[in-house]
Design a protein around this ligand. Structure first.
Ligand SMILES: [Zn+2]
Length: 326
């Protein structure tokens, strides 16, 4: 319940956040629509200033928060159905490049495994700025917003819709292979949950593996491709880091089958070590994030908005999981 005054205050805050972000959006160093957790902030924070020393050297000179650019999205133009309006992307995107189809990996290795799928951000975050801006302990000495809006394409295809589409495809694929799937969210109607809750869901499920799915929003010229965000060791997550890092490499190796290239702007050979993400710092079960592509790059976006790519992304993730457990 919100009264008129709080709504007005929220609007003012949102406008302020958008205005303060304008310079960052034009900066070539500002990127990654990454995880809310991970990344982005609607309040235009400088992520570099918050990077702990434990974070990987890969991020030197870059901000992992591509999601900051999400303020350019108007909620009135957002389509929550990623496949409903494939032709709306007219001027800036070439026709999607055909990606090879990846068969579903119905391997025995996935049977009985508990997998948590964390679709980044949420559709209601835009209308709950005060809620998602509440500060939480992200572990490893880092304080972050509860969640962020995420990024999106310039023509209004939001990251939260993309991440949910891939997450639902992955859910189907894993269930078909006999896995027990726990979804952090199964629709885009709410806000959050906070990054702390996203980690807790995996912990409480005693998951064998958890993955957080994202799309980036980097404005550096020519920046494109996918990268996997893997944890560094912190006080809470030490036991799971080796498995998570191994899975990160397997995921990097498998995801190329989607036709998306390795990132040419963040990480090293598709891997980026992060010590500032609550979803990784607070998880006691193996967890990684993936930035499936750069939604601010026309070539990446043309792929990402297709159902074929989304299925291939899901199947590539499942393949990597099967390889981990196989
Ligand atoms: Zn994100």
């Amino acid at each position: 319940m919100r009264d008129r005054r709080s709504i007005k205050a929220g609007i003012v805050l949102a406008l302020f956040a958008a205005l303060t972000l304008l310079p960052a959006c034009g900066s070539s160093s500002n990127t990654d629509g990454a995880a809310s957790d991970d990344s982005v902030n609607t309040t235009a924070l400088d992520d570099n200033a918050r990077q702990p020393s434990g974070a990987g050297t890969d991020q030197t000179g870059t901000s992992a928060d591509g999601d900051t650019s999400s303020s350019t999205i108007s909620s009135s133009t957002i389509s929550t159905d990623p496949t409903a309006n494939p032709g709306s992307n007219q001027n800036q995107s070439p026709p999607p490049t055909a990606a090879p189809y990846v068969p579903r990996p119905l391997t025995p290795g996935l049977a009985g495994k508990v997998i948590v799928i964390d679709a980044g951000h949420n559709g209601g975050n835009y209308s709950h700025i005060n809620d998602i801006n509440q500060l939480v302990d992200a572990g490893n000495g880092v304080t972050k917003q509860c969640d962020t809006t995420g990024t999106g394409s310039f023509d209004g295809y939001p990251e939260y819709a993309f991440t949910l589409s891939v997450a639902l495809e992955l859910q189907s694929t894993l269930q078909a292979a006999g896995a027990q799937v726990v979804m952090v969210r199964s629709d885009s109607s709410g806000w959050g949950p906070c990054i702390t809750e996203r980690a807790r869901i995996g912990n409480d499920a005693h998951a064998d593996l958890a993955i957080s799915i994202h799309g980036d929003g980097n404005d550096a010229p020519g920046a494109r491709g996918f990268h996997v965000l893997v944890p560094v060791t912190t006080a809470q997550n030490a036991a799971m880091v080796p498995t998570a890092q191994r899975f990160g490499s397997l995921l990097r190796d498998a995801f190329g089958a989607t036709g998306m290239p390795l990132s040419n702007y963040l990480g090293s050979n598709g891997i980026m070590y992060r010590g500032d993400l609550g979803g990784l710092n607070l998880s006691v079960v193996p967890k990684v994030f993936i930035e499936c592509g750069n939604m601010h790059n026309a070539e990446d976006l043309a792929l990402m908005r297709t159902g074929e790519f989304q299925r291939n992304a899901a199947n590539s993730i499942a393949t990597a999981m099967a390889n981990l457990f196989g």
